[in-house]
Ligand binder design. Structure first.
Ligand code: SAM
Length: 277
C-alpha cells in the first residue's frame, strides 16, 4: 500500500478528533483550527504508517497504553513559554504574596505552591528561584514544596533536565543567573542541582475530576493554560483549584485570561490575580 505524503481531513474526521481532544484534555479547537490539526499531526500519521485520519483516530481510541493519546496532546498543545513571562506577577509574588505566606506559616513552616501547566519549566524555575531568595538562610528549616505539572510528557522532559539555550537563560536577571544556573557550553545552561531539587515535576491532566493532593496550596499559578478551554471546562477547573487552595491563598492566571466575576469562587484582587477568602 502506498501511503499519502500529506494528509487531508474530512469534516467528520475533524469533528471526531476535536471531540476526543476536548473530552480528554479540555482543549477546545474552533472551526478555524483544522489546518493546525492537519499540520501538527502530519508527522505522527506518516511515521505511524496510518492511511488517514480515520485510521489514526481508531488507533488512538482503541490503544490501551495511553501513549497514543499522550502523543496526540503533545502535538496539539501549545507549549510556548519563557522565563519571567508576565513579569509583574513575579514581582507581586516575591514582594507581597510570598512574605504573607511565610508569615502565615511561621509555625508549621510548610509552604505549598503549584505551577499548573508548567510546560517546559521556565515558570516553575522562576518561582523556585524566588522562593529560595525569599527563604534565604531559613530555607533548610522550611518544607517548601513546589509542584509543577503538565499534560505534555515532551515538555516535562525538558523541564526536568533544566537545560535551556543561552538566549532564553539571558532573560533571567544576572544575579539570579549567577546564583542558580551553570553554563554547560557556549549554547546551553542548566539549572543548578539545588534549584532542580526545589521542584517536583509530574504529569497531570487538569481535566481529572479528582485532584490527588492531601494538603491545600498557598499559591496556584495556572497561566496561559485555560485559554484553550471552553467556559464550562474553565469554570469547573477553577472550582477544583478553589477547593484545593488554603484560605488566604492566591490564584494567578494569564493576563489575557478572565474568570468572569459573577461565578468565580475566588475574590478578584488585580488583573489575573485572585484570592480565596
Ligand atoms: C502555553 S503553555 C503555558 C506555560 C506557562 N504556564 C506560561 O504561562 O508560560 C500551556 C500549557 O498547558 C498545558 N496543558 C494543556 N491542557 C492541559 C491539561 N488538560 N492538563 C494539563 N496541562 C495542560 C500544555 O501542555 C502547555 O504546556
Amino acid at each position: 500500500m502506498t501511503l499519502p505524503t500529506s494528509f487531508t481531513i474530512s469534516d467528520d474526521e475533524f469533528t471526531a478528533l476535536r471531540e476526543l481532544i476536548h473530552q480528554r484534555f479540555g482543549i477546545h479547537l474552533g472551526d478555524g483550527k483544522k489546518a493546525l490539526v492537519i499540520g501538527r499531526l502530519q508527522k505522527i500519521l506518516r511515521q505511524g504508517g496510518f492511511s488517514g485520519f480515520s485510521d489514526y483516530y481508531r488507533f488512538v481510541v482503541e490503544e490501551t497504553s495511553g501513549q497514543g493519546l499522550s502523543d496526540l496532546v503533545n502535538a496539539i498543545s501549545t507549549n510556548h513559554t519563557y522565563f519571567f513571562r508576565e513579569a509583574d506577577h513575579f514581582t507581586i509574588f516575591s514582594q507581597e504574596v510570598l512574605p504573607r505566606c511565610l508569615e502565615r506559616h511561621a509555625q508549621d513552616r510548610d509552604l505549598r505552591i503549584w505551577c499548573a501547566g508548567c510546560s517546559s519549566g521556565e515558570e516553575a524555575y522562576v518561582l523556585a528561584m524566588l522562593i529560595l531568595e525569599g527563604l534565604g538562610r531559613d530555607h533548610a528549616r522550611w518544607n517548601a514544596g513546589l509542584l509543577a505539572t503538565d499534560i505534555s510528557q515532551k515538555a516535562l522532559a525538558v523541564a526536568e533536565a533544566g537545560i535551556y539555550p543561552d538566549e532564553r537563560v539571558q532573560q533571567i536577571p544576572a544575579p539570579l543567573r549567577t546564583r542558580y544556573w551553570q553554563r554547560l557550553d557556549d549554547e546551553r545552561w542548566q539549572a543548578s542541582e539545588a534549584l532542580r531539587r526545589e521542584i517536583t515535576f509530574r504529569r497531570f491532566n487538569l481535566m481529572n475530576d479528582r485532584f490527588p493532593f492531601r494538603k491545600p496550596f498557598d499559591v496556584i499559578f495556572c497561566r496561559n493554560v485555560m485559554i484553550y478551554f471552553d467556559q464550562d471546562t474553565r469554570q469547573r477547573l477553577v472550582q477544583r483549584f478553589h477547593d484545593h487552595t488554603t484560605s488566604g491563598g492566591h490564584l494567578f492566571i494569564g493576563h489575557s485570561e478572565s474568570l468572569g466575576r459573577d461565578r468565580c469562587p475566588y475574590r478578584y484582587l488585580r488583573p489575573a490575580m485572585y484570592i480565596k477568602d
